[in-house]
Structures are given as structure tokens and as C-alpha cells.
Design a protein. Structure first.
Ligand code: GAL
Length: 423
């Protein structure tokens, strides 16, 4: 959509300048100048961080032109589908955003990425990132991407005024407390829990699984000892069904769902911390709301002490049309300046360990301290623990459950998805 509008605007500009008789065009950047950066960061709370890093890239690389190949749609489901077909046809962008973990491993084993060990050596990046993160982007000692941030998935965002009006004394810490709070909000005539499209419900699902099973059992789900057919899993899915029955009408993406909370139409939403950027950033790039007064946050119920993480990283696809330009982009993304420019606006914390922590305030200060001390669990929806096929199968199962909330059926589908995952 956005690209279409850009094209229309460009056409109009050509028309206007040629009508005015002026020397019309700025020449199109050549293939050696243009650096096509593929992501899904377009909307408020998403696009502005990318644009800030773009500005830095252009300042540092006046010979290159950043070409924004972002495809609209939170969580990148549409973007990833298009990317898969581009990679399949050997028409990669110069660089693309991919999640550290199982999602990236899929691209690696398909032979789509160049290893970046030489860049890690040149920029001394091995020490810059946490070792467990580098492991997630490596295969057989080769490192395949540059992580630009750490996002947190298990965050409960809420409107303190709506909670107060409904007689809820504070953020619920356990799943039973959460259900109780949701019920009170419903009785007070507000939407208890705001959701967006299907992927946001999978996002909610991963937080409920973590909260109900506990961290150790959740992490085990992605190992050879997993048992998706357990009674504990049945209980988690029953919790999920109860929570899902408290959701409002699905919104078109995560931003309108978050806005329902900011506007006081809804009490809660469970969303990654990109929502912080949207709530907090100034009105041109976000809602300009005040932390703790207009909106507040807590670990999603039952998950205190665990950081369910994900990391956006940039890659060097094999056959990138402008390899040198892509490397210039990766250098900016890897740098302290790049990460400290991008992350405070994106609502994430830096992947680098030497960032300027004074730049991370409010929610981000909390996130930095939690990241330093919490146990870790990986996100399903955002590519950490399950490969793309498995994630898609979980998505389908949750989608069917939204239509027909049959716990036994959902559990059967999840058992099958795990069995067929090939992971
Ligand atoms: C995630 C991504 C985040 C954020 C979010 C919502 O998958 O890692 O950076 O963009 O989707 O679109």
C-alpha cells in the first residue's frame, strides 16, 4: 500500500515538475547505489525506528540510497510470504529482517544466506552480543546475521484508569487473578482484552502457555523431551479458552488493539514491547501517552521473572544485487550508534552489551533490567523456538480454535504439529 502511494506521489511530482518546464528528474539511483532493505516496519511504532536508522545510514554512506522495501502488516506474516517467494526465485533484496532463532535457521539450511564471520571479525562483534544470542544465529560456527535488538513478547499492557473504574486494584500477577480482573472489566462495561488479527492471538497464546506451564515446561516443548499431550498442556489450553472468551472484536492490526487500551475502550492487551513505542512516542510517530498514567505494563500473568524474547536481525542474502551496499547497512545496524538510534524509538533494547543505557527510559529501563536478570524463554510467533512450518501449523490450530474453541481438538492439532515439525 505504502509503496503504491509512493509511486503515485512520484508520478505526480514528475508531472508537476515537467509541466513547470523545469529540468525534471533526479536520476534514478543505479544498481550500485540503491540498497534495498526488506522489513515489515511501516506503521506507527514500527516505521519511525527504521527511518531513524536510515537517516544515520545515509549520513554515513552518502554514496548509497536506502530503498525501503517494507511490506505492511504486523509481525511480518505478509512480508515473510513475499520474501519466501523472492528467495525461491533467487531475487533477494540486498538485506532483509529475520528473527534470530529457528526462523533464521530455516533460511540458513536452505542456503539462502552468506555467513558473516568476516564482518564479526572486522567489527569485533563476537564480544558485543550475548553469547546465547550469537548461538541462535549460527550453524556449525558460521554466524549468519546481525541482531539489532531484543524485544520482549510477554508484556501485559493496561489502562490504569479503566482498571480502577472496574475495581481492579493492580496488574494481575497470576492467570486466576487475570481472569478475575477480566470479568470485573466486562461487568463494568468495557472490553476486557483487546486483540488484533490471528497472529496477535498466537502472540497471546504463547504468553498464556508460558504463564500456565511455567518456564521450564515451556522451554521443554521445543526439545526432544516435549510432551504436548500432557495434562498440564490441557490445563494451559483450558486457561487459554477462558481468556479468549474475554476478548473484544478483532482489530485490523496490533496498533488499533493497543489504541483501544490507550483510549480507555479496553482494559488490557498482551503484546510485544513495540507497543511501548506506539503508546509513548510523540504524536507524529505514536500516541504521545504518559507511562504509568495513561498506560502501564507488567509481565503477562504468571510469567514474572521470565523474559520471553525475540530479536530482529539483518542478513546478507546470497546473490544480493548490491552486496557492498548491504554490508554498509549491516555495519550501521551492528554499531553502537545504529542500535542506540534505532532502539529507543522502536521500543526495544539493544542487542549490543555496550549501549548507552541512559537513552533507555520508562518501560525500556525496566526491560533492560529484566533482560539482565530474568530467565529466558523464546517466542513462538516471532521466530525463536519453532521453524516456519511449525509456527504456521500452530497458527492454523489457533485460528481454528478461535472459530470453534474445542480444547481437545486444539491439543490434538498441537501434538500433530510438533510431530510433523521436522525440528
Ligand atoms: C515482530 C518484530 C517486531 C515488531 C512486531 C510487530 O515480529 O520482531 O520488530 O515489528 O513484529 O510488527
Amino acid at each position: 500500500m505504502r509503496r503504491r502511494w509512493t509511486a503515485v506521489a512520484a508520478a505526480l511530482l514528475v508531472l508537476v515538475t515537467s509541466c513547470s518546464g523545469e529540468a525534471a528528474e533526479t536520476p534514478e539511483p543505479s544498481a550500485k547505489q540503491r540498497v534495498e532493505v526488506f522489513s515489515w516496519w511501516t506503521g506507527p511504532g514500527e516505521g519511525p525506528g527504521l527511518m531513524a536508522m536510515r537517516k544515520l545510514f545515509e549520513q554515513q554512506n552518502p554514496g548509497y540510497t536506502f530503498v525501503d522495501a517494507a511490506v505492511e502488516g504486523g509481525s511480518g506474516d505478509q512480508a515473510r510470504a513475499l520474501l519466501a517467494s523472492k528467495l525461491q526465485a533467487n531475487q533477494p533484496p540486498d538485506t532483509f529482517q529475520g528473527h534470530a532463532g529457528a526462523e533464521l535457521q530455516g533460511y540458513i539450511t536452505a542456503g539462502k544466506l552468506e555467513p558473516l564471520n568476516f564482518l564479526y571479525d572486522e567489527l569485533k562483534l563476537r564480544d558485543a552480543f550475548p553469547p546465547q544470542l550469537v548461538e541462535q544465529i549460527s550453524v556449525h560456527g558460521e554466524i549468519y546475521s546481525v541482531p539489532v535488538n531484543i524485544h520482549r513478547s510477554n508484556v501485559l499492557w493496561f489502562n490504569p484508569r479503566v482498571l480502577k473504574a472496574a475495581g481492579v486494584s493492580g496488574a494481575p500477577r497470576t492467570l486466576p487473578q487475570f481472569l478475575d480482573a477480566l470479568g470485573k472489566v466486562r461487568d463494568a462495561g468495557r472490553i476486557p482484552l483487546a486483540i488484533g488479527p490471528q497472529w496477535t492471538v498466537v502472540h497471546l497464546f504463547e504468553s498464556v502457555l508460558l504463564g500456565s506451564l511455567g518456564t521450564r515446561a515451556y522451554n521443554k516443548l521445543w526439545t526432544a523431551d516435549a510432551d504436548w499431550s500432557s495434562a498440564a498442556m490441557k490445563k494451559a489450553l483450558t486457561d487459554f479458552a477462558a481468556i479468549l472468551s474475554m476478548t473484544g472484536p478483532p482489530q485490523t492490526d496490533w496498533q488499533p488493539a493497543a489504541k483501544q487500551v490507550a483510549d480507555g475502550e479496553a482494559a488490557f492487551t498482551v503484546m510485544g514491547d513495540w507497543a511501548y513505542a506506539y503508546f509513548h512516542n510523540k504524536p507524529d510517530t505514536g500516541l504521545g501517552k504518559t507511562s504509568k498514567t495513561d498506560f502501564d505494563w507488567a509481565a503477562s500473568p504468571g510469567t514474572e521473572g521470565t523474559f520471553m524474547w525475540l530479536s530482529d536481525s539483518f542478513t546478507l542474502p546470497r546473490g544480493a544485487p548490491n552486496r557492498a551496499g548491504a554490508l554498509a547497512w549491516l555495519k550501521v545496524a551492528a554499531s553502537k550508534a545504529g542500535q542506540d538510534t534505532f532502539n529507543p524509538i522502536k521500543g526495544s533494547i539493544p542487542a549490543r552489551r555496550d549501549a548507552d543505557t541512559s537513552l533507555y527510559r520508562n518501560y525500556l529501563e525496566w526491560s533492560l533490567s529484566e533482560w539482565a536478570r530474568d530467565e529466558l524463554a523464546g517466542s513462538i510467533q516471532h521466530g525463536v523456538v519453532a521453524n516456519d512450518g511449525w509456527r504456521a501449523a500452530i497458527n492454523d490450530a489457533v485460528g481454528i480454535f478461535m472459530e470453534n474453541p474445542d480444547v481437545a481438538e486444539l491439543q490434538r492439532a498441537l501434538v500433530l504439529a510438533a510431530k510433523n515439525s521436522g525440528q
